[in-house]
Design a protein around this ligand. Structure first.
Ligand code: G4P
Length: 192
């Protein structure tokens, strides 16, 4: 997605060879016009998948998630992150380990919002090791629903998440794939 690539080039800050800061349009300040285009692009890519729910995770997944859900005209659910939890039978719970933050969160979704037979499109802002996406997919499967696809705004293709999700059989669509963050510079994996 050319518009997004340009935004990454213009405003992305390479913090290290592992971390790309994009807080001017995705992770802190958010660019609604760009998010609208992101929603349109995911809708175009997943047309034909009969999606009836979008699932994302707080907080930075919510903007691309809601714009995609708006375009698809389906509800969006965001998984909540919690540190520790008293057990309840009305919520799905999965553990998600963050390599970036070196902490484990429990992510939760109320059972009433995902039903057996639903076709759920998972949307997230970043894909690194794939822990968050796998956690969301496990919640969908706990519900007896189907993962219709996984849409990622920025994939760090030098980390294994994309490959692992594809090997697990999921359809992954990343709008921008970053091949490397060396010497303070962003290199993209794809030409288009
Ligand atoms: P994973 O889910 O793919 O395994 O990723 P990881 O645990 O490493 O990511 C943990 C958090 O760090 C996630 O946000 C993820 O979006 C973010 N993240 C990972 N790599 C980068 C990066 O290069 N740049 C930026 N800006 N973020 C990155 P989170 O903790 O859920 O935060 P938020 O959604 O509340 O903002």
């Amino acid at each position: 997605m050319q518009l997004l690539k340009q935004k990454v080039l213009d405003e992305g800050i390479v913090l290290s060879n592992q971390v790309l800061k994009v807080d001017s349009f995705l992770n802190h300040q958010m660019d609604p016009v760009l998010m609208k285009e992101v929603g349109r692009e995911f809708t175009r890519r997943f047309a034909g998948e009969a999606v009836n729910r979008v699932l994302t995770i707080e907080s930075s997944g919510i903007a691309p998630g809601i714009m995609t859900a708006l375009e698809l005209e389906v509800p969006m659910i965001f998984a909540r992150k919690q540190k520790s939890l008293t057990l309840r039978d009305d919520i799905f719970v999965e553990k998600v380990y963050s390599f970036t933050k070196q902490e484990t969160n429990e992510i939760t979704v109320a059972k009433k919002f995902i039903q057996p037979g639903d076709r759920v499109l998972i949307i997230d802002d970043f894909l690194a090791n794939g822990e968050a996406a796998f956690g969301l997919a496990r919640i969908v499967e706990q519900a007896g629903a189907t993962v219709a696809g996984i849409g990622i705004v920025i994939e760090k293709a030098f980390q294994p998440g994309g490959r692992l999700l594809k090997e697990a059989g999921y359809r992954v669509e990343s709008l921008v794939r970053v091949a490397a963050l060396d010497d303070g510079k962003v290199t993209f994996a794809d030409q288009d």
